[in-house]
Each structure stands twice: as structure tokens, then as C-alpha cells.
Design a protein around this ligand. Structure first.
Ligand code: KG4
Ligand code: ZN
Length: 338
């Protein structure tokens, strides 16, 4: 019988300090996520220096808790995995250094993981991933359409030309006076509103690329103009109208990519995959077009280390290890890494 592979995974690319122990790439033995959201709320967004400091304070405790919850000692592990990019460089370095120290101290191989691969593989924690597939990654830092023919084989077929969709959510939320992070707030408020503002659907071209900065500016200008005319804005209607525009654009391009590429499996990943309207629209459209749709449960949509462990298992099988010179990188293309 094959040995069961247990990997300690660490994720600190943005504002969650997370560690997890994963067995054979899909069994979550522990999943500890220490969120810093409360701390960043008062600034209306993630402050990189504050994030790094919190990671430093929390990382040792979070790793210890992950081991304790999994009921394991370091001796029983087979490898250590860590997100080394993309993300906030100071934040990444905390995880990377903790992982290197742990690997060195316990003589374990070190596995370098790309954050976006983690978001896609979050699905592997709950369902077996089937290939070929298209994955739509929608988060605070990314908006990408990625085609996969096999494990660790990533082809970026579309991406945002400017803002990430989560970033646009957070910005629009801020201008209508909602707290950070704005995505879930807009999602909630939009249920009480109507699509009365009819915001533009950007970049209706032949590519699979996206653009959200124009929409964001359009919302801000509209609010500004209404204010000058002393017209009271309806926040719920703004939220709903913005969300409808985002969902229209994301679903239209993704469904077209599936059709053009003749692919029948769709994975949605990243923090914005938690969005209720996006989920509902994709559920309807995929059913109608006989596409199998996979979306992780909410706890695996936002940043966590279990998803990093899921990718790391595939890398472990290939012997894709890093040495102790591994460094954090704020920007790295997924296609260059695997
Ligand atoms: O994947 P994630 O946790 O971090 C990054 O890697 O960026 O994504 C965070 C983003 C934030 O912009 C947040 O506002 C957004 O995901 N988000 C949502 C929802 N829940 C989280 N956006 C829209 N609707 C939601 N329900
Ligand atoms: Zn993320």
C-alpha cells in the first residue's frame, strides 16, 4: 500500500495567516485561518506593513495549532509547502521564512506553491478535479480565466487588463460607505436593490480579458453627479446595478470560453466566488449548457492554507521541491512556475 503523504501548508500572501495539514492532497486534517480583517477595517483596506506585522505575531502559533488540531508532530510530516507568490512581499516573506525554518529544522522537503494554483485546487478538497477544465479565478488581487488539460498544467486564456474584480467591489463599497471588505457587503445589500442604474458592461470584445476600472469610475462619477444635483442615491440599487454588471461580464466571457474551447467542466475560485449572484447565475447557465460546475464551499473560497496543501501534493508526487534559497515574489506568472 502507498504511504499516506502528510503536508504542512502555510499561506500568508495577504491578510490571512493560515496553516493546514493535508493528507494525500484532499483530506483536511486541520485548517487554521487567522484573519486580520478587523485590524485592516479601520483603514478601509489591507495595509501591507500592518499585514506583515500581524503575520509575524501569529505565524508560530498558527502552525502549532495546525499540528495540534491534526494530532501530529513534525516527525510525522512528509513535507512543508508555502505560498511564495503572488502577493504582498512583506507578508509572503513571513510564511516563506517560517516554512524554510520548519523544513530545515525537521529535515523536510520544501514545496513552493503559486497562490492562484491554490485557489483552483481548493476544489480538490471537496471533489476530484476533472480535466480538461476552465477555471475562473476571481479574488481581491486576480481575475483570470485559466485552462487546464492536466494537473499543474495552467494556460492563462484571459485576465483583467486593470483592476481585479474584488478590488472593484471593495472600492465601490467604500464610496457608498460600506465597511471593508466590501464584497460581502455589496452582495448582501444588492439583495434589497434593483438594477436601476444600468452601468456599462465593459470590454465586450472577442478576447477573454476583463476590465473593471471603467465600471468603477463610472459608479464613482455617477455618485458624484447625483450628489452635486442633491439627488439622494439609493445604495441598494447602486450595489445591485454594480453587481449585475460584474456578473454579466464574468459569466458571458466564461461561458463563451467554455463553448469555444469545447470544455465541459468549470471551476470558480477565489474570494469573489463566494458571491451569491455569481454562483446563482453560473448555476443556471451551466445547467442549461450541460457544463459541470464546481465552486468550493465558502471557507475554501477565501484565502486558506488547505488549498495550498492540495496543490503541494501534486508537486510532491513530481518531486517539485525548492531549496532554502526560496524567496517570496510579489508577482509571478502561474505559467512560468509549473
Ligand atoms: O481570495 P481572497 O480571500 O483574497 C485574495 O487573494 O485577494 O479574496 C478577497 C476578495 C475581497 O475583495 C472581497 O471583497 C471579495 O473577495 N469577496 C466578495 C465576497 N466575499 C469576498 N466579493 C463579492 N461577493 C462576496 N460575497
Ligand atoms: Zn487569494
Amino acid at each position: 500500500m502507498e504511504k499516506n503523504i502528510k503536508i504542512l501548508a502555510i499561506e500568508t500572501s495577504c491578510d490571512e495567516t493560515a496553516a493546514s495539514v493535508i493528507e494525500n492532497g484532499n483530506q483536511v486534517l486541520s485548517n487554521v485561518v487567522q484573519s486580520q480583517i478587523e485590524s485592516h477595517k479601520r483603514f478601509g483596506g489591507v495595509v501591507p506593513e500592518v499585514a506583515s506585522r500581524h503575520h509575524v505575531e501569529m505565524i508560530t502559533r498558527v502552525i502549532e495549532e495546525a499540528l495540534k488540531n491534526a494530532n501530529l508532530t513534525a516527525k510525522e510530516l512528509d513535507a512543508v509547502a508555502v505560498t511564495y507568490g503572488p502577493g504582498l512581499i512583506g507578508a509572503l516573506l513571513v510564511g516563506v521564512n517560517a516554512a524554510k525554518a520548519f523544513a530545515f529544522a525537521h529535515d523536510l522537503p520544501l514545496i513552493p506553491v503559486h497562490h492562484i494554483a491554490g485557489h483552483i485546487y481548493a476544489n480538490q478538497l471537496e471533489h476530484k478535479i476533472k480535466f480538461p477544465l476552465i477555471s475562473l479565478i476571481v479574488s481581491g488581487g486576480h481575475t483570470e480565466l485559466i485552462k487546464m488539460n492536466n494537473h499543474l498544467d495552467f494556460e492563462v486564456i484571459g485576465e483583467t487588463l486593470d483592476d481585479a474584480v474584488g478590488e472593484a467591489y471593495d472600492k465601490v463599497a467604500r464610496v457608498i460607505g460600506l465597511p471593508y471588505p466590501g464584497g460581502p457587503e455589496i452582495d448582501r445589500l444588492s439583495k434589497e436593490g434593483k438594477d436601476t442604474y444600468d452601468f456599462p458592461r465593459a470590454l465586450q470584445d472577442d478576447s477573454y480579458n476583463f476590465s473593471f476600472s471603467g465600471l468603477k469610475s463610472h459608479v464613482i462619477n455617477k455618485l458624484h453627479n447625483e450628489k452635486q444635483k442633491n439627488i439622494e442615491i439609493n445604495k441598494a440599487d447602486v450595489a445591485r446595478s454594480f453587481q449585475e454588471s460584474v456578473v454579466d461580464v464574468l459569466t458571458t466571457k466564461t461561458m463563451r470560453a467554455l463553448k469555444d474551447e469545447n470544455i465541459e467542466t468549470l471551476i470558480i475560485a477565489g474570494g469573489v466566488a463566494a458571491n451569491s449572484a455569481l454562483r446563482e447565475r453560473f448555476e443556471t447557465l451551466t445547467k442549461k449548457n450541460n457544463i459541470e460546475l464546481y465552486i468550493p464551499s465558502l471557507k475554501y473560497c477565501t484565502d486558506n492554507a488547505a488549498m495550498i496543501g492540495a496543490v503541494a501534493y501534486e508537486q510532491f508526487k513530481r518531486g517539485d521541491f525548492a531549496d532554502l534559497n526560496l524567496n517570496g515574489q510579489n508577482y509571478i506568472e502561474i505559467e512560468e512556475v509549473y
